[in-house]
Ligand binder design. Sequence first.
Ligand code: DGL
Length: 267
Amino acid sequence: MTNPAPIGVFDSGIGGLTVVHELMRQLPHESIVYFGDTARVPYGNKGPETVQRYSREIADFLESRGVKAIVVACNTATAHALPVLRAERRVPVIGVVEPGARAAVAAAGSGPIGVIGTAGTIRSGAYDRAIHALSPAAQVVARGCPLFVPLVEEGWTDHAAARLVAGEYLAPIRAARVETLVLGCTHYPLLKPLLHEVLGPGVSLIDSAEETAAETARVLAERGLAAPPDATPTYQYVCSDEPSRFRELGQRFLGRPIDRVESHPLG
Ligand code: DGL
């Protein structure tokens, strides 16, 4: 059984395009509708109820576009809204936290696991819970890094200011001699070289984008929802604010050109 309908992917803004990049790489026949809530970004410092309300509105929009599954590419939205979305939607809903936690536990052995993310993601304890569900004795060192998102959006991924901020945020991670670090935010894969510089080349950086794409492939295959193997994919990009900044920044996150962006305000 196959299903040619698109996968819906959403994020608070453009960062979730790192997950789309991986979906395109691992699932080259799947069509994608991406929604970036650029009018209301960032989610990282908003409360759980607000993020749940936004996430519901976006899921409604994606379902109105006929998606066969929803990937919550935003760590903060996954942390706050995945259970409610899963309970309410008829299509499968995949988040980024469980796949990242699973990969971290596999990589860490008995060593401590570091987790970095937005203030909301870390405060929610979602990664702690997901890691402890798999490995009850794991030592988790979690740290909110709220300044990383604006630094990445500014393009300052290899800048003295980013180095200074990273040194400060990562001090407890280094002190705990963490060798496995979960990048619990859409923007952090773009900081990989800097994080290696600060933490040393031996630290494994767990990119939830890669793991989430692999999880999506598994879910689609299990439920007979994968696209036909000869399908030519289509990609639609939609954002809630004006499209020009989405296009410009989005190409950097996606690593390929974006021709057209639709604007669709919500709320
Ligand atoms: N997409 C968010 C995340 O992965 C980061 C940006 C934001 O704060 O909205 O947590």
